[in-house]
Design a binder for this molecule. Structure first.
Ligand SMILES: [Zn+2]
Length: 210
């Protein structure tokens, strides 16, 4: 059943090696990506392809509706490894318009177990309810996709590993983008955070002990 995928893989590996002799040998020794991508699991939003990066160039975490939740050990472990060991310089939270997770969160449906995950997006809705209620349905959906990204950018900035990196004087910026499935274009939301001073006081860690 899956033989076509394995054939694809064989062809891809051969093509890569022809175009870039030694590519896999070099990669097998190390990875030094400058970027961490936190995106949606949606099959239409593949990280490497849409920013034109090769294997080895971007570290990737994806989950439903690109959430960064303070108790999600999976996401936090990826973030920790990327910042502490890979020393990435940029963390990109990339959501997308038409996100099924965001759409489901806007409704009052019963989606079973996943409702627990979607509730975080409902929180974002409720935090911005006044702005969202002034919009018509399509605009409200688009805007919630953006607000969801903006909130996850804030969540990344509030983590200990990111704040410690800044305190050590390291260059590290968090960016918020949304991707449009209709035309393949990324929109920069211009919500970059690159210093501890930009975080609300309640989340700020104390200075490093001397
Ligand atoms: Zn999505």
């Amino acid at each position: 059943m899956l033989s076509n995928l394995l054939r694809n893989n064989e062809a891809w590996a051969q093509r890569m090696e022809q175009e870039r002799p030694g590519f896999f040998k070099v990669l097998s020794a190390q990875q030094t990506p400058d970027y961490l991508w936190i995106g949606c699991s949606d099959s239409r939003v593949p990280a490497n392809e849409i920013v034109g990066l090769l294997p080895g160039e971007i570290f990737v975490h994806r989950n439903i509706a690109n959430q960064v939740i303070h108790t999600d050990l999976n996401c936090l472990s990826v973030l920790y490894y990327a910042v502490e060991y890979l020393k990435v310089k940029h963390i990109i939270v990339c959501g997308h318009y038409g996100c099924g997770g965001v759409k489901a969160a806007m409704e009052n449906g019963d989606y079973g177990f996943i409702d627990n995950w979607l509730r975080h997006i409902k929180d974002t809705y409720q935090l911005n309810v006044e702005e969202l209620q002034q919009l018509d349905e399509p605009a409200r959906f688009d805007r919630l996709c953006e607000l969801n990204v903006i909130r996850q950018v804030q969540h990344v900035s509030q983590t200990k590993v990111v704040q410690r990196a800044w305190q050590q004087g390291r260059e590290l910026a968090i960016h918020g983008w949304t991707y449009a499935i209709e035309d393949g274009r990324i929109r920069d939301l211009h919500v970059d955070i690159n210093s501890q001073e930009q975080i609300a006081a309640i989340y700020q860690l104390p200075p490093l002990a001397k």
